[in-house]
Design a protein around this ligand. Structure first.
Ligand code: PGA
Length: 245
């Protein structure tokens, strides 16, 4: 299976920055052995999709609402994302879970809305530093998977230990192997054979220098990249480290 290298631009950049970054990624996107995705802030999605043109780089949102429309001030519905050129959406990112108090049940409803709108969901899970320190990491991630994924699921899962996001600390290859193996088993229990085909991305301080070893860990199906996705050359260097599949 081809690995997926996804850039989460979070709340960075004005429109000119987003277009320049998108063009930089598009320019270097030919002939890679992996799939590429960029997830700009909502307001830049249409411009980024246009800047990418026919290059093999997909565009996604960083969240969506569970309802198709309605009185939800400040929210964005999944069909709206699809309408402006997105084909993917990140859901349940730890920054949404922490800053917006999103629950597993809400993430699950968003996944259903995304799929119904024709978007591929990337569902994020991951434990905090304290949860890992107290040996709770698999219990936490297992609970997040059980609660956030609907009965049928054909999207992507991203394991992002909260303590590794934006901190420069990365999980060791052994920790990643253990957790991705745990997630794989949970997916197979939950979805049968289909669970073997679900990509499990690793996220948390992925950079060009550590990408090759992380991407070579068994059950790592790609990377969800925050900070290093804001420079086209770094993002493309990570993509070049991906395994062709
Ligand atoms: P980071 O963010 O690469 O800056 O650690 C990853 C993410 O939050 O998706």
């Amino acid at each position: 299976m081809r690995q997926l290298i996804a850039g989460n631009w979070k709340m960075h950049g004005l429109s000119a920055d987003a277009v320049a970054l998108a063009k930089g990624v598009a320019t270097g996107s030919a002939g890679l052995g992996c799939d590429l995705l960029v997830c700009p802030p909502f307001v830049h999605i249409a411009a980024v999709a246009q800047a990418i043109g026919g290059a093999p780089v997909a565009v996604g949102g960083q969240d969506c609402h569970a309802a198709k429309q309605g009185a939800h001030t400040g929210d964005v519905a999944a069909p709206m994302l699809r309408d402006v050129g997105a084909t993917w959406v990140i859901l349940g990112h730890s920054e949404r879970r922490q800053n917006h108090h999103e629950t597993d049940a809400q993430v699950r409803d968003k996944v259903l809305a995304a799929v119904e709108a024709g978007l591929n969901p990337i569902v994020c899970v991951g434990e905090t530093e304290q949860e890992r320190a107290s040996g709770q990491e698999t219990a936490v991630v297992g609970r997040q998977l059980a609660g956030s994924l609907p009965e049928r699921f054909a999207g992507v899962v991203a394991y992002e230990p909260v303590w590794a996001i934006g901190t420069g600390k990365t999980a060791t290859d052994a920790d990643v192997a253990a957790m991705h193996g745990f997630i794989r088993d949970a997916l197979v229990r939950q979805f049968g054979e289909a669970g073997r085909g679900i990509l499990i991305l690793y996220g948390g301080s992925v950079r060009p220098a550590n990408a090759a070893s992380l991407l070579a860990v068994p059950n790592v199906g790609g990377a969800l990249v925050g900070g290093a996705s804001l420079k086209a050359e770094d993002f493309l260097a990570i993509a070049r480290a991906a395994k062709a599949g």
